[in-house]
Ligand binder design. Structure first.
Ligand code: SF4
Length: 816
């Protein structure tokens, strides 16, 4: 038994198997030597608490938590906060979230990164000139520090600057001060920026509090400053798995890979992310702009003796443009492979003494001249010629390495009300294993966690190109099995040969009808494609109408997702009269990363095995992996594994907490059969065990009976007898204390603490695993508190939105 873990663990009790998982994670840290631990643990297993184990086992290493989405940041901040509140440990945490979410001027700019780069250049120039002026006026040349926050005349000058007329970024200006070193003017963080940065880690400032906390300091700079001395630094996938990014980022934040433990969240996404990072895209507009850059830097290049570079650029760029224009003439097209050798011959010329690499180097030299020229002219730091150079560099990989595929596609683009045709070239990476191994091989140890690492051995092969590299642990589903019904179709399928077969279509329709009609409340149906969704749209609409439900459609435009979801969630409330049926695509915008909490979802159905379309490109991917791992394993990794993940992620939307119940339907016989085309053996063990195989007609009966029994059983809201705190955005249930031993004052104290840190939260209670006398239900909870109790804590009176839940709202400043 590892006592250190107990000292860092912030909850009163471990969940089933949680202790085992934490001990294994701690062991990986102690072993070091670039070891890897992969954890396949369904929602509710308490995976986030692995952080406690890593903190308990580490020496002077730092922990870098690697996240896919910004929404996860608060989950880890909450965990650190709990460790600080409920143990005597005081770990420091820092996080870095992109400028698009944190820049104070983000609403003023189309591209925050380019706009920021430009404003920073202008700000440094301004600082430099003020520093010179200051030194002149002070008559000093040594030991001079210029602090812009004390320069009233400057502040007055920039105070009224508005969008489009800025001479600098005021936030960056106040984050810096200038000083003299060896006769040269340098910049460093201002004292105020350092204080603001330090306070982020000391006080755990959440992302939505960052603007207010930073005041007139740039939040991005402040976040970076908070990393100094932090035990835990939260970054995103690109920060860590993009080599160029990582080197700069680690350097900036003072992180040494060999002294760093990686904790990778939602690691089933890692393969796709790394492949994207190792791919390169060249849009036509970049080539067009590169041509302009070369034209405007001709004089400078000649003066710098780069005549050869100029000649290369003037030969290559028009040829790439010609290639793209020829593609445009053929009209729009989806992704197609192109021959990298023929493309090179066309672009570089066909002489026998060709040296493609040297020509790319010449382009890059010229790119440096353009970069310097842009910086001097306070222009955007984006160098399109370098983009072309990068692409041509990647083209060499595509010529020699099957893991890189050259692609071209032509599409219509809209700019300022005009539509035009534009071609994009891409070198796509198919195999993330080299990069993943390289990154993990540089770090002390890595822990990868996911709720859908199924089967984990296949992920291990995909990520590391061999089995045996990682220690693997698979945890069973922690939620009570009686809270769910898992069905799989015995006959229905979306295989293309049977897609229009009458009997098959009828079978799918029966499953849809049984599911939409039989499951009370909100449900979602995920199809394998928009085409399939359209094929069954009418029948879904008809059935929904008869069942008194409203259809909601996944929008094509991502901007509309939140408004559709908002209405769908409303429809799921007990007080609403018409529940919703959401029709979406597995692997689309509404199947992963969205928390359908509580009443929001009572059932999910996946129609078909969501395989990627069998295009020429997919065939290339399949061939690559077949060549690498043999026919069966290769096809599984290239083709079936991503489909399994899409299905499991889609179904995983239903049960986000132990107290939730619902129906899961896998509507394709491939899910219910093993061997051949079947994939049942790859489902998580609990799902395989609970699967009920049925026809469309039988499913109606099974759902009706289950719903009846489920209601009658008065299903417990909790598994382990914890008082359960959930926030609106928090996916993880957070047990705060064991009920039964609770006293009113203590509970009020805890509520007060939670209320100070959360805008809104729910308390869920009760479980039949507790002795009856220890149970506390919502009515009792409600009875324990008077309205005065709540208002004393700055809380709004509680009410009961659904059985056993008590909602408590923090009163905001402007609430009446
Ligand atoms: S320096 Fe900071 S506040 Fe200024 S533009 Fe860049 S990110 Fe935004």
């Amino acid at each position: 038994m590892d006592k250190d873990i107990d000292r860092w663990f912030p909850y009163p009790e471990y969940r089933p198997h949680q202790r085992e998982m934490l001990e294994a994670a701690a062991e990986i840290v102690r072993t070091g030597g670039h070891s890897v631990f992969m954890v396949d643990a369904p929602t509710g297993s308490g995976k986030t608490s692995i952080l406690s184990a890593l903190l308990a086992a580490k020496n002077d290493e730092r922990i870098v938590v690697v996240l896919r989405t910004v929404s996860q940041v608060s989950i880890y901040l909450d965990e650190i906060k709990k460790i600080r509140q409920n143990t005597n440990k005081r770990p420091r945490v820092a996080y870095l979230v992109g400028k698009a979410k944190t820049c104070q001027l983000r609403d003023e700019m189309d591209s925050v990164y380019l706009g920021c780069d430009l404003l920073k250049i202008m700000t440094r120039q301004l600082l430099e000139s003020r520093m010179k002026e200051y030194m002149y006026l002070a008559g000093r040349s040594q030991d001079t520090v210029y602090d812009p926050s004390k320069d009233d005349s400057l502040l007055e000058l920039i105070m009224d600057e508005r969008e489009g007329e800025r001479s600098c970024c005021p936030y960056y200006l106040l984050s810096k001060e200038a000083y003299l070193f060896d006769g040269e003017i340098k910049f460093r963080s201002s004292r105020k920026a350092q204080e603001v940065g330090r306070a982020i880690g000391d006080n755990i400032i959440y992302l939505d509090e960052l603007d207010e906390h930073c005041g007139d300091i740039c939040p991005y700079e402040a976040m970076a400053l908070s990393a100094e001395g932090a035990d835990v630094v939260i970054l995103n996938y690109n920060h860590v798995f993009d080599d160029t990014y990582r080197d700069a980022m680690y350097n900036w934040l003072g992180i040494e890979p060999e002294k760093t433990i990686l904790l990778i969240d939602e690691a089933h996404n890692l393969g796709d992310t790394v492949r994207a990072v190792n791919s390169d895209v060249l849009p036509q507009f970049s080539v067009k702009r590169a041509i302009k850059e070369v034209e405007s830097s001709r004089m400078k290049a000649r003066r710098a003796g780069l005549n050869q570079s100029l000649a290369v650029a003037e030969q290559i760029l028009p040829r790439i443009m010609k290639f793209m224009e020829k593609m445009n003439e053929k009209g729009t097209s989806s992704e197609e492979w192109f021959d990298p050798h023929m493309f090179s011959d066309f672009v570089f010329g066909e002489s026998l003494v060709r040296e493609d690499e040297r020509m790319v180097a010449e382009l890059m030299n010229l790119g440096d001249v353009i970069a310097r020229q842009k910086e001097k002219g306070s222009e955007s730091s984006e160098i399109h010629l370098q983009k072309v150079g990068d692409f041509l560099f990647m083209l060499n990989f595509a010529k020699n390495d099957e893991a890189y595929v050259p692609l071209k596609y032509t599409e219509k683009r809209q700019v300022g009300g005009n539509t035009y045709t534009s071609t994009t070239l891409e070198i796509r990476n198919l195999d993330p294993s080299l990069q993943i191994e390289s990154v993990m091989g540089q770090h002390h140890a890595t822990v990868m966690i996911s709720g859908t690492f199924s089967p984990p051995e296949a992920y291990e092969l995909y990520y590391f190109a061999n089995n045996g590299r990682a220690t693997i642990m698979t945890l069973p589903n922690q939620f009570p099995p009686e809270n769910r019904l898992v069905l799989a179709a015995s006959r229905a399928t979306t295989q293309s040969s049977l897609r229009d077969d009458r009997d098959n279509v009828t079978e799918i329709q029966q499953h849809l009808e049984a599911f939409i009609t039989g499951v009370p409340g909100n449900v979602v149906v995920y199809f394998t494609s928009y085409n399939l969704l359209n094929q069954y749209m009418d029948v879904c609409t008809m059935v929904a109408k008869a069942a008194g439900k409203q259809i909601y459609l996944e929008p094509r435009d991502s901007k509309e997702v939140s408004s559709v979801l908002g209405r769908f969630f409303q429809a799921g409330l007990k007080s609403a009269t018409k529940p919703g049926v959401l029709l979406a695509v597995a692997g689309g915008k509404m199947s992963e990363g969205i928390d359908y909490r509580g009443e929001a979802l009572k059932g999910a159905m996946v129609v078909g095995l969501p395989l990627t379309a069998y295009t020429e490109i997919q065939k290339t991917v399949n061939e690559y992996y077949k060549g690498k791992y043999g026919k069966k394993q290769g096809m599984f990794i290239a083709y079936t594994l991503p489909a399994m993940n899409r299905a499991l992620q889609a179904l995983g939307r239903v049960h986000r907490a132990a107290d939730e119940g619902g129906v899961l339907v896998l509507c394709d016989f491939r899910f219910s059969s093993k061997g051949g085309m079947g994939v049942r053996e790859y489902l998580p063990e609990w799902m395989d065990r609970e699967l009920k195989v049925c026809s469309g007609k039988e499913s109606a009966q099974l759902i009706t009976e289950w719903v009846k029994d489920y209601k009658r059983a008065d299903v417990p809201l909790e598994t382990k007898g914890f008082l359960n705190v959930e926030t609106d955005n928090n996916e993880v249930q957070e047990p705060v204390l064991q009920i039964g031993k609770i006293e009113k004052t203590r509970l009020l104290n805890i509520l007060g603490k939670i209320a100070r840190s959360k805008e809104r939260f729910y308390l869920g209670t009760i479980n039949n695993q507790l002795k009856k006398e220890d149970r506390l239900d919502s009515t009792q909870l409600k009875e324990m508190f008077t309205d005065e109790d709540f208002s004393r804590l700055g809380l709004k009176a509680c009410y009961v939105p659904s059985i056993g839940e008590v909602e408590v709202k923090r009163i905001r400043k402007n609430d009446k």
